[in-house]
Design a protein around this ligand. Structure first.
Ligand code: 13P
Ligand code: 13P
Ligand code: MG
Ligand code: MG
Length: 367
């Protein structure tokens, strides 16, 4: 049976700054889909990660379905009405341009979808990150799919011996989707050379070379805005199929113990370590640190199980403590050097104005 799994995510308002949405807002989004979406989708699940609300759908309409996207949009509009009623911060942030809250992010919701031929058992992982951008998934995907130091199945299982095809997008290109396809294991060094640059080259999807099936998909598309201009960062979502021809769940999760430094954090303008958190976690310290949640599901005949909260385990408490230490250490140097993103990546226009004001005040000595 063919099933489409879609996750559509937006920030439509949050309590106390960019921390988390209200319970009423989340309830309203879910109610809207319950009331209006029953004929459109097989099943759905609503969660939040930091201030972003994500709707996970299963349905029969394929990737890019107008009906499903409209359902999500309308549910977000319904949730935005609650956000406005409650006076939440940044109400409708990712839906309305007039809800501009001080940075250039948020032209529209983020989307990751895949149409699959359901296996008799179909386990998959849904990741949602806040206060970072899609390049945050580059390193964990590379290690989880292509490095036997993390993916023992590359050695132990014949199912993965042919490797994977990585589709990598150049998100600096704004005229359309500029993509390259590279294969593991033979193109490993080329893949690494690109993925090193998390702000420019982003994994869009991964396919099994053994079966040709889609393995992973990341929300990269809205990095080009409607006007054909770079919009900056987005809090990215991702779907990853696991087991069988794909890595085991634990192999995909393993690289998240690094807490690697990513772009985002406060005002989308800093560097911070990516912290694996439990489902429905807020952010906190310095509007962060950047967080990622992972909900594991099985889908069968379009029906979702309840989620298993993949980072809700004592092991990840230890990781979270390490990541907190990494965050604190880098924050000690405030705005200096690599603690803040380079000028080209800064999300706030204020710095541009400041530089314009300062520029004429420079004098060349002796002239
Ligand atoms: P089980 O024997 O528990 O199914 O585990 C197999 C496996 O591949 C775990 O990574
Ligand atoms: P969000 O993109 O999650 O709304 O965060 C914006 C921000 O400026 C946090 O400091
Ligand atoms: Mg926000
Ligand atoms: Mg957010």
């Amino acid at each position: 049976m063919k099933t489409t799994i879609s996750v559509i995510k937006a920030d439509i308002g949050s309590i106390g700054g960019h921390i988390r949405p209200s319970q009423r807002l989340i309830k309203r989004v879910a109610e809207y889909i319950e009331d209006e979406g029953r004929d459109i989708v097989y099943d759905f699940f609503v969660s939040h990660t930091g201030d972003d609300v994500a709707i996970l759908f299963t349905h029969s309409h394929g990737v890019g379905s107008e009906a499903v996207h409209k359902l999500a949009w309308d549910a977000f509009v319904a949730g935005t009405a609650i956000a406005k009623e409650q006076g939440l911060y940044g109400a409708g942030q990712d839906l309305l341009k007039d809800a501009f809250s001080g940075n250039v992010k948020g032209m529209g919701p983020a989307v990751a979808e895949m149409e699959i031929e359901e296996r008799p058992n179909e386990p998959f992982l849904f990741f949602a990150a806040d206060k970072t951008d899609p390049g945050a998934y580059n390193l964990p995907l590379f290690l989880g799919f292509a490095d036997p130091m993390y993916n023992s199945g590359l050695i132990l299982s014949p199912n993965m011996e042919k490797g994977f095809t990585f589709h990598i997008m150049d998100v600096d290109y704004t005229e359309g989707d500029r993509l390259i396809e590279l294969n593991t294991p033979e193109d490993l060094y080329d893949i690494a050379a690109l993925l090193r640059d998390n702000e420019r080259f982003v994994i869009e999807s991964i396919y099994s070379r053994g079966t040709g099936e889609i393995a992973a998909v990341v929300s990269t598309t809205r990095l080009h805005n409607i006007a054909g201009k770079y919009t900056g960062k987005d809090d990215p979502v991702m779907l990853v199929r696991v087991q069988g021809a794909f890595p085991a769940t634990g192999e995909v999760l393993a690289p998240f113990n690094i807490g690697h430094y990513v772009a985002g954090f406060m005002r989308g303008s800093h560097t911070g370590p990516l912290m694996p958190v439990k489902m429905n976690s807020p952010v906190s310290y310095f509007d962060g640190p950047p967080v990622v949640a992972c909900m594991a599901f099985c889908v069968h005949k379009g029906k979702l199980t309840e989620p298993a909260d993949a980072f809700d385990h004592p092991y990840w408490d230890y990781v979270r403590a390490n990541v907190s230490r990494k965050a604190t250490e880098l924050r000690q140097q405030g705005f200096s050097g690599m603690a803040m993103l380079p000028y080209s990546e800064l999300e706030y226009g204020g710095i541009v104005e400041k530089m314009k004001k300062l520029d004429p005040k420079f004098k060349i000595r002796g002239k």
